[in-house]
Design a protein around this ligand. Sequence first.
Ligand SMILES: [Zn+2]
Length: 178
Amino acid sequence: MNHQPFEDWIFEAKLTHDEEKQLHKHLATCQDCSRLRQAMKGMERTFSSPVHAGPKAGFAMRWQKMAVEREDDNQQSAAWYMVAGLVVLMTSLVYLNFGANWFANFNIMTFLVQRTVNVIQTVGSLFSTVTSLVNAFQTIPGQVVFVVALVLGAISFFWIVLWFSAMRRIFAAQRKAI
Ligand SMILES: [Zn+2]
């Protein structure tokens, strides 16, 4: 199925009445695009809710408050998929070795949502890969696996912290710009 221009429209802030009608028609028949839009809505809620108004409240409390305010279960789970997807994304970025320059001139919202949807869709096929990997790992001595896991974990943690601080700076800059 051809997903254009609908894929672009999902990220558009303002559509004409006619475009809106066409988009709704397409979403009703296209699972890919409606999933993408759901993730986008969850993302919007996650980052545009009163979260930023109360920076002193704890992260868990803010999440709870948002969850209560959210009446739509689908959008709530989409937001959680976002968080899970972000973690997967961050870890994969470690191994792709992206630099800090990467953040400049980049539509981060579009990239994050599309990437997350892709991740969710590929998780299924990953499971079979993981199963065969586990079988392969069983032939490697336990100590070697432990040391490698420790090193990878440390590197991942470093990059996740780096990523979060970069995200915070980006969103702070965006808020200032608005
Ligand atoms: Zn579509």
